[in-house]
Design a protein around this ligand. Structure first.
Ligand SMILES: Cc1cc2nc3c(=O)[nH]c(=O)nc-3n(C[C@H](O)[C@H](O)[C@H](O)COP(=O)(O)OP(=O)(O)OC[C@H]3O[C@@H](n4cnc5c(N)ncnc54)[C@H](O)[C@@H]3O)c2cc1C
Length: 488
């Protein structure tokens, strides 16, 4: 049934025979259980920590560093072999460390996300792994700066920071279950080539993006499937200026930023164009493969990100639907490189230098927390008595912007998983309203949430208290000490 729906969905996107899809042919229904097998109970070795962070991605890295720096014995569980998550796989730039001051003349420019997220960028800057914060000169009513990153150096920098903070980093390790004691998580189950283990801890943070830990723990959640999934491809042996000329010649430039590239200032680091003004065959193929024209780079002869979108017929928690999506996105990445080779001057010998290892999601499960940030909270720039960070970027800008180029606050209560005593969530898995989520899901917001939840987890573990019993004043003091910026 799902397979048929998926096929129909692709056809609706203008795909099918045209796109060379291998959807026809003999059906293999490998996903239907033929019977049920009862697993025997097993004794598992137990390890003990103060705090456990599940998922070593955008938010999780920051959460684990923050917890360890508070003195908590911390374990990070990451299913892949590296850290960094979607920030190192999906996006064009880290949005955004600044308020949207350029779109609002007279408004003060300020860096509103600092602390550990800023440290990551500072560290990348020392090895030529980021543009830093150059100002956008076109489309600055969307973001005032362009913080592009070298994704490979991002993986290294974040792994090193975890190591230096003393985090026990378990990569290539899958979080596979939760051990509950009433409304409290007693421990989690992990699986790796070293075997299946039970990890006990006092406080937990779910940074898996999919909300795997919260789901295992019995938290309430929804699966809205309200975004396309995507892969991004890094295309090498290109001429960045050639791409610029290709767009400029058609008077189609929509985004532009100059900054540090291959160690030289004043180079193109971000650009985008209007598909409507492109040659009709280019535009038609780009639409078929869900290709966005926006790109960023920190290196000469390299386009770090070209995104290919695909709408799945059901939530990306469905393994079999995702498998078909993975194949389709690999085909689309290949076709995107073909487009550059055929149409963009200086890209005739381009090749695929990097791909997302698996498809990237913008939302999997949405976990119910004690407070749900609303779109009004975001665009009205509301702050709360229990703010843990300030944030000013909206991915739908300029249609939706935070009022007057200011910021809103992410409250501590929005990061506490409802009904569970010792679990917090950070990253794309919070916020139910799609329009509000278009702000809270962005990388820099996820990182800030990571610092808040990691710090809170360590404080809760030290006090042996639940997340709701932690005095806000203590959390705020620790966050301020950790370099977090507050508007008031
Ligand atoms: C295509 C695309 C483009 C985007 N573009 C931008 C952009 O340009 N700028 C921007 O700011 N934002 C962008 N975003 C949004 C942003 O990148 C994400 O919302 C953000 O990075 C999510 O961070 P996270 O920590 O929630 O999840 P992730 O960074 O994905 O981290 C989750 C981690 O958990 C691990 N994990 C998951 N399940 C398990 C498990 N069971 N056991 C162990 N580990 C597990 C994963 O391997 C991963 O490392 C984009 C998103 C997508 C998909």
């Amino acid at each position: 049934m799902q397979r048929r729906d998926f096929h129909k969905g692709l056809l609706a996107l203008g795909l099918g025979a045209h796109a060379g899809l291998a959807m026809a042919g003999p059906r293999k229904e490998g996903n239907v259980p033929v019977a049920y097998h009862e697993e025997a109970a097993r004794k598992l070795p137990v390890r003990e920590f103060d705090s456990v962070v599940a998922g070593g991605g955008t938010a999780g890295v920051v959460a684990a560093v923050a917890a360890a720096r508070q003195g908590a014995k911390t374990m990070l569980i990451e299913r892949k072999g590296y850290t960094g998550g979607t920030a190192a796989e999906g996006g064009t730039a880290l949005h955004s460390f600044y308020n949207l001051w350029k779109a609002f003349p007279g408004v003060k420019k300020r860096q509103v996300v600092r602390g550990i997220p800023k440290e990551i960028v500072d560290r990348l800057a020392t090895v030529g792994g980021t543009t830093g914060y150059p100002e956008m000169s076109k489309h600055y009513d969307y973001d005032s700066v362009c913080t592009a990153i070298d994704v490979e150096l991002y993986k290294l920098a974040t792994f090193e920071m975890l190591d230096e903070a003393g985090v026990f980093v378990a990569v290539n390790t899958l979080l596979a279950g939760a051990i509950m004691d009433g409304h409290r998580i007693k421990g989690v189950i992990t699986e790796s080539r070293s075997g299946r283990e039970a990890i006990y801890a006092k406080a937990f943070v779910d940074c898996t993006a999919y909300g795997d830990l919260a789901a295992f723990a019995g938290a309430d959640y929804a699966e809205p499937n309200d975004y396309a999934v995507a892969n991004s491809v890094g295309i090498a042996n290109v001429n960045v200026e050639g791409y610029y000329e290709f767009i400029k010649k058609r008077d189609a430039l929509t985004e532009y930023c100059e900054g540090m590239r291959s160690g030289k200032p004043g180079q193109i680091v971000r650009l985008s164009g209007s598909l409507q003004k492109m040659p009709p065959e280019f535009a038609a193929e780009a639409r078929k493969i869900g290709m966005s024209m926006v790109t960023t780079t920190v290196h000469d002869n390299y386009l770090m990100f070209i995104k290919l979108n695909l709408k799945l017929p059901s939530s990306p928690t469905d393994r079999d639907v995702v498998a078909k999506g993975e194949l389709e996105l690999r085909r689309r990445m290949h076709r995107a490189v073909g487009l550059f080779k055929k149409y963009v001057p200086g890209c005739e010998n381009a090749f695929m230098a990097r791909t997302s290892p698996s498809l990237c999601i913008r939302r999997g499960r949405q976990i119910v927390c004690d407070y749900d940030i609303s779109h009004e909270d975001v665009i009205e720039g509301r702050h709360f008595d229990d703010d843990v960070m300030a944030y000013g970027f909206h991915d739908s800008a300029p249609r939706f912007q935070v009022k007057d180029g200011g910021t809103y606050g992410v409250p501590y209560q929005a990061l506490r998983v409802a009904k569970i005593d010792n679990l917090m969530a950070a990253g794309m898995l919070i916020t139910s309203d799609h329009r509000a989520h278009m702000s809270t899901r962005n990388t820099v917001c996820c990182m800030g949430q990571g610092q808040a939840t990691g710090t809170a987890a360590a404080l809760c573990a030290a006090r042996k208290c639940g997340t709701r019993d932690l005095p806000y004043a203590d959390l705020r003091k620790a966050l301020q000490k950790g370099g977090v910026y507050f508007e008031a």
